[in-house]
Design a protein around this ligand. Structure first.
Ligand code: MN
Length: 273
């Protein structure tokens, strides 16, 4: 019954957030660490196909052994689960990230992408992020991570579902189960000129603004609660798909055959008519 837990992150294998997470996971089972050898924050869901991946051994600050790869966080998870470690993995945990991953951050976040990769490979996976950059808070955040990981090890997660957990700065008031909030985009592009007179650009320099919605992850963390959001890997908009049944006819009438070309066979209609 000794569970094998994979610990990874996107801040790099030597991040204090990973150290805190690995420390707590060792209370729950056997831990293997395979994480990027540099900071991949904002790297999103990556699959490196154009080059080989290298893995080096690292010694963490607590004297434990970890492995660092020159791949992305999602590459590390694939590598770990598809054979780098001989024994099968029962749980993937990613983090604890320095800084929250709320709302649409989840599509940019390497922390969340690592958990997504674990989910796609069929193992329960959780992403952990700490709001703010106060490293002293990793100890408390680690405890929260252990509680949730223990629950997931016991109860499991449905297929294609992962958990995105954000921990507030300071002592949490409690836990809220939330949905993704909405950022109010104030993104900007700043143009600057380098010493050689060439222009370059900085994107995303706007202040982080958000809408206050009662059940959102952003509101929970802002109010001082741990936010736990279940995410699903089926990104299909099922409501829209239903509405698109009517598009078949609209597209069929607009499509005229090109001169000299064979007429296209209309696609099979779905739904009863
Ligand atoms: Mn990060």
């Amino acid at each position: 019954m000794n569970k094998h837990i994979l610990v990874t992150n996107d801040d790099g294998v030597l991040s204090p957030g990973l150290l805190a997470l690995a420390h707590e996971m060792r209370i729950l089972g056997r831990v293997s660490v395979l994480a990027p050898d540099r900071n991949w924050s904002g790297g999103g869901h990556v699959k490196t196909l154009d080059r080989a991946l290298r893995v080096r051994e690292f010694l963490l600050a607590d004297g434990t052994t970890a492995f660092g790869s020159d791949g992305a966080p999602s590459d590390c998870v694939a590598l770990a689960m598809l054979g780098y470690f001989k024994e099968p993995i029962d749980l993937v945990v990613s983090g604890i990230n320095v800084g929250a991953n709320l709302g649409h951050d989840v599509t940019y976040s390497g922390t969340v992408a690592a958990a997504m990769e674990g989910t796609l490979l069929g193992v329960p996976s959780i992403a952990f992020s700490l709001a703010g950059a106060d490293h002293r808070m990793f100890t408390e955040a680690g405890r929260v991570a252990r509680m949730l990981a223990e629950l997931v090890l016991r109860e499991g997660l449905p297929r294609k579902t992962l958990l995105n957990v954000n921990i507030p700065a300071g002592l949490p008031k409690g836990i809220r189960f939330t949905r993704l909030g909405h950022r109010v985009y104030s993104e900007t592009v700043r143009k600057e000129v380098d010493p050689r007179g060439k222009a370059h650009y900085w994107v995303g320099a706007g202040p982080p603004l958000w809408e206050r919605e009662e059940d959102s992850d952003m509101t929970a963390v802002h109010d001082g609660y741990v936010s736990v959001t279940p995410l699903h890997m089926d990104l299909t908009d099922h409501q829209m798909l239903q509405k698109m049944a009517g598009w078949q006819d609209a597209l069929a009438t607009k499509r005229s055959p090109r001169p000299g070309k064979r007429r296209l066979t209309p696609a099979k209609r779905t739904g009863s008519r």
